[in-house]
Design a protein around this ligand. Structure first.
Ligand code: MN
Length: 231
């Protein structure tokens, strides 16, 4: 089989403790999955079914890194998130079986052009231009699940230039990992290589050129992203 031009490189992410890389297939993101963040965005925190949006696979990028300040926005926001890496696909997965489908976990930042997302919400348009831009999913090296003690509790935090802005615990997820991945698998057939960004705790805010973002999920990974000049 021949392509009409060279196929682009397959998107992938670094893995802790090895030179082998995790091939990224799709990136699914959960919206409003911490009560305090739902409130800060002006939404009713009562438990509604989880909802999802996506980013292109090649939005994923290794960290630490320097990312250009993206175009079209004056309100680039950080959202620190627990990241789940799927190693085995399936549809209609029971919550009690989700662990069998997880290859590993990490921490990532759901970078958001908040002004474009707000405009999309107001006009009932898709969120893509706010969420799915180039390099919008920096993710730390993935930790294999066998080396992870728990995916149900642990501090999740983010700081900008050393000042802590987001500080939560993954035990506060409205829809825990097993539940929202089971739910996701009812809508689409999950496949090996899929990435799930599981939602952000309260404290989202803007970053600008030259800011250094650090963050982590205790026991899983830490991340560092520097915002460079405008692209
Ligand atoms: Mn998010």
């Amino acid at each position: 089989m021949a392509y009409v031009f060279d196929a682009p490189p397959h998107p992938s992410l670094a893995v802790q403790g090895t030179d082998k890389r995790f091939p990224v297939r799709r990136i699914f993101c959960v919206g409003r999955n911490y009560e305090a963040h739902a409130r800060e965005m002006g939404n009713d925190p009562d438990r509604e079914p989880p909802f999802f949006f996506t980013k292109p696979a090649d939005a994923a990028c290794d960290t630490p890194c320097v990312l250009p300040y993206p175009p079209l926005t004056n309100d680039l926001h950080h959202e620190i998130e627990l990241v789940i890496a799927i190693g085995k696909g399936g549809a209609n997965i029971a919550a009690s079986d989700v662990t069998d489908h997880i290859w590993g976990a990490s921490v990532g930042i759901d970078l958001t052009r908040r002004d474009l997302q707000s405009e999309a919400k107001k006009n009932r348009r898709p969120w893509d231009w706010g969420k799915a831009f180039d390099l919008s999913a920096p993710i730390a090296p993935i930790k294999p699940v066998a080396e992870i003690t728990t995916l149900t509790q642990g501090r999740i935090w983010l700081a900008v230039n050393g000042e802590v802005r987001q500080d939560g615990d993954i035990s506060d997820l409205i829809w825990p990992v097993a539940d929202h991945i089971a739910f996701l698998s009812q809508s689409i057939t999950l496949a090996a290589g899929d990435i799930v960004m599981t939602g952000t705790p309260a404290g989202v805010g803007a970053v600008g050129e030259g800011d250094v973002i650090t963050g982590g999920v205790d026991g899983i990974a830490t991340i560092q992203v520097t915002i460079g000049p405008r692209a």
